[in-house]
Design a protein around this ligand. Structure first.
Ligand code: BG6
Length: 517
């Protein structure tokens, strides 16, 4: 693997939550696994008046509280952390940043290769690059690297995403821009590529001839957790579907890439996004269900409704749950429905892809199969016995459900599991999403990052849904009690007696026997 060139990582928003909870711990892990460049420094930038020492101290204190079980952070790591306080909204302050970077580069003997990370509120995504460019910080001379990582949300809708792309393009080439989507950094999401393209047995079946439908579920048991202000202007469609879950759909549906090169893979996922059949505004109510959680008691604990959360309007119509049905109009997927479902305050936290294969053309046997409640679908009616479940989290792994004879008299069948669980690999180290993505950006590998066209196409797909909800605010918003699987009307999206959403348990295997939530 190509080692990253010596560089300085500059994090804007360094005193914020994301930096403390995700970025610094990820860099620390990279250090511990000897994956940082030989010469490396991290410069935190923000308005909060901190200095190198107080910045390091804050991380040490955070570490004590949160990074349980880890031994104390090594001094050698702390000595790589620096901090400069500037008013990021004031152009003249960037002179101070520039001289700090020049000084660090001289003192530490690190070439002026800079990786900028915007972990700030999105309104600064315009300001910061403009001011960095004004001070010559986005274009290196003599082959010096200048790259920019941008956190989500990348835009608020299609026009704002297009505008942001156009703005960045004034100062940076596309290959300098790294739009982060932490889902693509997950091991199990990358494993979608390996499952599909390193195994000869799945690919021949991976099309409309053998697949009945595809489900992507991402459920969370937590609510908005103090992020009510942000979430209320976002909602589940923007927060999870436009980015994370459409990216997952892109990997499930893409054609085999010609190589593992970033452009080859991104070209194929872009073709999927280009083939998404637009949902017309007038069809939104039929194909998209939105919901909002209401107060309830979950496992004996009172849980507030969404409208009672801090920062949320009393009459909010923001969806905390969304389920949609859509099609990918190309040769591989013509006529195969795809379903995405995501929500907060559902019974458990699970993300998985379920590929449901077609049933046998002639139904010889009787017996009960999984389905709603995991055992309501009858084989004699043509229920599909075969599902491939690609579990993204938790209990990461892959399960193939297939039929076998129930021992005893007669010829009844029962569904059993053939499985692989990551846990069975023992203590193999799996890097976290941010760790993997930061390491890739340091090495200049954009394979797991979003390209401008992909981000815009995903916005283009969700745009009519947003438009329908905005122009028809009375479009049904179904309440669902916290701790349940969302509005029951979402069941109607998956039509037909033989089909139903899969209701996942935390445990991936043997979920017909016990279900941990
Ligand atoms: C974030 C969303 O992007 O992803 C959050 O803003 C959501 O609302 C989170 O909770 C889910 O990520 P993960 O990795 O916990 O599934």
């Amino acid at each position: 693997m190509k080692k990253a060139t010596d560089q300085i990582l500059v994090i804007f928003g360094a005193s914020g939550d994301l930096t403390q909870r995700k970025l610094l711990p990820a860099i620390l892990e990279l250090e511990r696994h000897k994956l940082l460049p030989e010469k490396f420094a991290l410069l935190g930038v923000g308005r909060t008046p901190l200095n190198d020492e107080t910045f390091r101290k804050r991380f040490l204190e955070f570490d004590k509280e949160s990074l349980e079980g880890n031994e104390r952070i090594e001094d050698s790591f702390l000595s790589k952390l620096f901090y400069t306080s500037i008013d990021t909204g004031k152009e003249s302050d960037y002179e101070k940043l520039k001289s700090r970077l020049d000084g660090m580069s001289d003192d530490l003997g690190i070439a002026q290769n800079y990786l900028f990370y915007l972990a700030t509120p999105p309104k600064l995504y315009f300001t910061i690059p403009t001011f960095l460019a004004a001070h010559g910080l986005l274009q290196g001379s003599k082959g010096e690297l200048r790259r920019l990582i941008i956190e989500k949300p990348f835009g608020f809708d299609l026009p704002s995403a297009v505008e942001l792309n156009a703005h960045l393009a004034k100062f940076l080439n596309e290959d300098q821009i790294y739009r982060i989507d932490h889902y693509r950094g997950k091991e199990t999401v990358q494993n979608l590529l390996v499952t599909r393209f390193a195994n000869g047995i799945f690919e021949p079946l991976w099309n409309r001839n053998f697949i009945d439908h595809v489900e992507i579920t991402s459920s969370e048991s937590l609510g908005v957790e103090g992020r009510g202000g942000y979430y209320d202007s976002s909602g589940a469609l923007r927060d999870m579907v436009q980015n994370h879950l459409l990216q997952v759909a892109g990997l499930v549906a893409m054609e085999p890439p010609s190589s593992l090169n970033a452009e080859a893979i991104r070209n194929e996922t872009v073709k999927v996004f280009e083939s998404l059949r637009p949902i017309a505004v007038q069809d939104v109510a039929k194909n998209v269900i939105r919901g909002q959680y209401t107060a309830s008691t979950v496992r004996g604990k009172a849980v507030p409704g969404y409208r009672d959360e801090n920062g949320v309007a009393d009459d909010s119509r923001t969806e905390t749950y969304v389920a949609l049905k859509f099609f990918i109009d190309n040769w591989r997927w013509g006529g195969v429905p795809f379903y995405i479902r995501s929500g907060k305050r559902l019974p458990t936290k699970v993300t998985e892809v379920v590929i449901s294969f077609k049933s046998t053309p002639h139904h010889l046997f009787t017996g009960e199969q999984f389905g709603r409640g995991r055992s309501c679908c009858s084989v004699s009616e043509g229920c599909t016995c075969n599902q491939l479940i690609l579990r993204i989290q938790p209990d990461e792994g892959v399960v193939l459900k297939f039929a076998m004879k129930r021992p005893g008299a007669g010829m009844e069948v029962k569904t059993v599991d053939m499985n692989f669980r990551y846990a069975d690999l023992g203590d193999v180290y799996a890097p976290g999403a941010y760790e993997r993505l930061l390491h890739d950006a340091m090495r200049g590998d954009a394979m797991l990052y979003g390209r401008a066209d992909a981000v815009e196409l995903c916005w283009r797909f969700v745009e009519p849904i947003l438009e329908a909800w905005q122009s028809e605010p009375e479009t049904a918003l179904y309440g669902y009690p916290a701790g349940t699987w969302g509005p029951s009307v979402a069941d109607d999206l998956i039509e037909g007696e033989r089909n139903a959403w899969r209701y996942p348990c935390k445990n991936l295997v043997n979920d017909g026997e016990f279900c941990e939530l």
